[in-house]
Design a protein around this ligand. Sequence first.
Ligand code: ZN
Length: 164
Amino acid sequence: MPQLPVIDGFEFARSGSRQSGDCAAKDFRRLLGALYAPEGTIHYELQGLPQELGRPALRLSVTGRLQLICQRCLGPLQFELRSATQLLLFAEDAELAAVPIEAEGPERIVASRDMSVLDLVEDEVLLAVPYAPRHEQCTTRDGHAPDAPQRPFAGLRALLGGKH
Ligand SMILES: [Zn+2]
């Protein structure tokens, strides 16, 4: 398996670097539980922004097509992934924690000299995938609906906050 690249977050932002590539959905270990089949390719584009809201930042966009699991009939559900985000970079957790949380606006992450591009892309994909995807009309006749809507990624955004 080819080694996916790492970036020096601040250097990448400061120099306005760009990088794009494709990842196999099966390489996203945290995503696998939400997939009906570990197929598909995610295309990503990463761009460094020297000054975004006064900070170095990264702009990340992901596109692709995934097979999710319909939470009503448990059958395959085609999902067109198209998501973009801006990630404001902070040097350390303490600096990030000092900034008041806004519900809207760009995400904030702690940057390092060896940030895994695969992890950045996977985080963005996980946030873009719906919590409880359902067909508008299920075609499976023996479909059985779960009692409560499932939210496999509920709370993920909070967990992601201090990870990098
Ligand atoms: Zn369904």
